[in-house]
Design a protein around this ligand. Structure first.
Ligand code: AP5
Ligand code: MG
Length: 219
């Protein structure tokens, strides 16, 4: 049966950073719904243009569109053994849809690491984040700087500040998270899948805890 790990946590807590590390360690595919929307936008698809109207306001893209996009992604061969889901599900409706999809794909959600940090930490990290234009590699001016100014260490492409990392949009994203996504914490806790991780520590320490949490339930 395929293994799916759902990374839950507020904007800026480090889901993307940790998903990349976990994907390298476990060999599972890394699927970021935000990255998929940004790729669509870069390619100027209808989905990308639609998603942008929500993303720039810090609102969630509607469930039906998001679920259809993830469904298509999960059906690809690199998800046969499972995947690390970063940013999906984000509403109770998406969590329900995921359960149904995984039954069809002979998979299940094994563990849901919930990465936490105080709001001040999130705001600080998002205000100093730099993202790679080509592949979405993630850096931070203070805590995880690139070797060369404003260039990606991995592919040399330009680094940029995401549109939705402006202070007022970050504020809205955090509100939306509390309202629409935080109910999933209790949902997965009730199902015995939640593992709480202190995300305010260094990238390496958080990664260590995550590996332990994942191994206990899955390896
Ligand atoms: P998405 O791209 O998923 O954004 P998000 O959830 O708001 O999370 P972020 O990507 O901002 O943060 P992160 O937790 O990945 O942190 P990161 O590792 O980058 O979604 C964007 C938008 O798309 C949404 O607002 C919505 O509109 C739409 N969308 C996406 N999914 C959707 C869905 N399912 N349904 C509907 N709409 C959806 O780290 C942040 C910074 O901190 C970086 O600079 C990093 O280097 C640094 N850092 C990370 N960890 C540490 C650490 N431990 N110590 C110090 N610095 C650290
Ligand atoms: Mg992210």
């Amino acid at each position: 049966m395929a293994t799916f790990i759902v990374l839950l946590g507020p904007p800026g807590v480090g889901k993307g950073t940790q998903a990349k590390i976990l994907s390298e360690k476990t060999g599972l595919a890394h699927i970021s719904s935000g990255e998929l929307f940004r790729e669509n936008l870069k390619n100027q698809t209808e989905l990308g243009k639609l998603a942008q109207t929500y993303m720039t306001k810090g609102e969630l893209v509607p469930d039906d569109v998001t679920i259809a996009m993830i469904r298509e992604r999960l059906s690809r061969p690199d998800c046969k053994k499972g995947a690390i889901l970063d940013g999906f599900p984000r509403t109770p409706a998406q969590a329900g849809a995921l359960e149904a999809m995984l039954q069809e794909f002979d998979g299940r959600v094994d563990v849901v690491p919930f990465i936490k940090a105080a709001e001040g930490v999130l705001i600080e990290r998002l205000g100093t984040r730099w993202t790679c234009r080509a592949e979405g590699h993630i850096f931070n001016e203070k805590t995880n700087p690139p070797k060369h100014d404003k260039k990606c260490d991995f592919d040399g492409s330009d680094l940029y500040q995401r549109d939705d990392d402006k202070a007022e949009t970050v504020k809205r994203r955090i509100e939306v998270y509390y309202k629409q996504t935080s109910p999933l914490i209790d949902h997965y806790r009730d199902h015995g899948k939640l593992v709480e991780i202190d995300g305010a520590r260094s990238i390496d320490l958080v990664a260590q805890d995550l590996l332990v949490a994942v191994k206990k339930q899955y390896v």
